[in-house]
Design a protein around this ligand. Structure first.
Ligand code: ATP
Length: 390
């Protein structure tokens, strides 16, 4: 980074620092060092100077966003249980709700300096969700007028999203926003489920399916719901205690969602930690065993198909010298959102090629490909005959 740029960012950081009692628990010098070392990063293009934490650092979680008078923690990781009958009573002591776990990507919607922005898990401004929230949450400005200190956490999911290639089976086009949490910044806590459901209802915010409350020792209904999700191809559940006294939030996913992960991951394995595959096989085998779903030919075929169906086509492409790529489509309300999305990909070092762009029924419909260099060289080096010691 240029000398002048870093010194400007340090001035802005000072302004943020002075406004924040939480940050002032750390010396400004340490914070400046974090900025120099790229642990704290300036967020471009906001009305107020803002920074995001790249990784967990000194009590701030990855994705925490700080600005004058504003500190929004990163969205916490949710521990996964593999078995309901032992896992649920281990972490939940009292009544809990089972919210559908939506397959998409996480954004935190907040009002900062008068603008409503969607922040990704890593604390980037998400140009796509920032463009599209008015279509799904038109009363969000009223909500922030009434609750400026709240943040709405939701999953953006659907076949036309710019980041993930899996989505809930009932979404046939475009995307949906599914609100599942409200974070109260003033008290750094999530609202209890019943309070947030009431607010989502009041403001007409769409939610994932919610079932319960359940008792940790009576899991028959929960098991039935999961078997239904399994046949419908839904991802799973996030179990949320009615209050912090009744336990902690945990997640549990269906076997079929693991199969679908295998399908979208195996061709791109060079981009991922190979353990990604092992973890999914382990989860799947335990879930099918616990829920009594059986291990017949049908299941073996599903796993094999998920892993290998696309591979001959991908290997053909690579053998012809073409890269591994994935095609995405999105609908945007504003042309400048496309520019913002493309510069987001540049910043995140994702190679993107726009393949098609047209206005249709009030939306800019864009088709683009992500090119995966590591996945390409993973397969290509083998096809080129290179030997490997393994
Ligand atoms: P995943 O569990 O999807 O593999 P991950 O590794 O990011 O993703 P966590 O860090 O535990 O997992 O986060 C849980 C994810 O589940 C978050 O990204 C969140 O957006 C998503 N999610 C979907 N539906 C819900 C819901 N109803 N409540 C809470 N989180 C949900």
């Amino acid at each position: 980074m240029l000398e002048g740029e870093i010194s400007l960012q340090k001035d802005l950081l000072k302004e943020v620092y002075q406004s924040s009692p939480r940050l002032r628990k750390i010396s400004f010098k340490e914070l400046e060092e974090a900025l120099e070392q790229g642990k704290l990063l300036y967020i471009e293009g906001l009305a107020l100077p803002a920074f995001r934490f790249k990784r967990d650092w000194r009590g701030f979680s990855a994705g925490t966003v700080v600005a004058p008078g504003f500190l929004m923690p990163g969205f916490p990781h949710i521990p996964r249980i593999f078995v309901l009958y032992t896992g649920v009573p281990r972490y939940l002591r009292g009544p809990f709700y089972a919210e559908e776990k939506i397959e998409g990507y996480n954004v935190r919607l907040a009002r900062l300096g008068g603008e409503i922005k969607a922040f990704t898990r890593r604390g980037f401004v998400c140009p796509f969700a920032t463009d599209r929230w008015p279509d799904f949450l038109p009363r969000l400005p009223d909500f922030f007028d009434k609750f400026p200190q709240y943040v709405v956490c939701c999953e953006v999911a659907g076949p036309e999203n710019p980041f993930v290639t899996e989505w809930p089976p009932y979404l046939k086009e475009d995307v949906g926003f599914f609100c599942f949490d409200i974070l109260d910044l003033a008290h750094e806590r999530f609202l209890p489920p019943e309070e947030k459901y009431a607010l989502f209802k009041e403001f007409g915010f769409p939610m994932p399916e919610v079932n319960g409350p359940f008792s940790p020792n009576k899991l028959k209904t929960l098991k039935e719901i999961l078997l239904r999700y399994e046949t419908e191809g839904r991802e799973g559940v996030v179990l949320k205690p009615i209050s912090p006294q009744s336990g902690r939030v945990i997640k549990y996913v269906t076997a079929v969602s693991n199969i679908s992960d295998l399908r979208v991951a195996f061709p791109y394995i060079g981009e991922l930690d190979p353990n990604y595959i092992v973890h999914r096989l382990v989860r799947m085998v335990i879930t099918r065993w616990e829920l009594g779903e059986g291990f017949g030919d049908d299941f073996y075929r599903q796993v094999g198909e998920a892993l290998f169906t696309e591979m001959p086509m991908i290997l053909d492409q690579i053998a012809k010298g073409k890269p591994v790529e994935e095609v995405f489509q999105v609908r945007l309300r504003r042309e400048e959102s496309l520019e913002a999305l493309l510069s987001h990909f540049r910043l995140a070092q994702v190679r993107v090629e726009v393949r098609q762009k047209k206005w249709q029924k009030g939306y800019l419909r864009v088709k683009f490909a992500k090119i995966y260099p590591r996945a390409t060289s993973f397969w290509a080096s083998k096809l080129e005959g290179l030997a490997q010691i393994d």
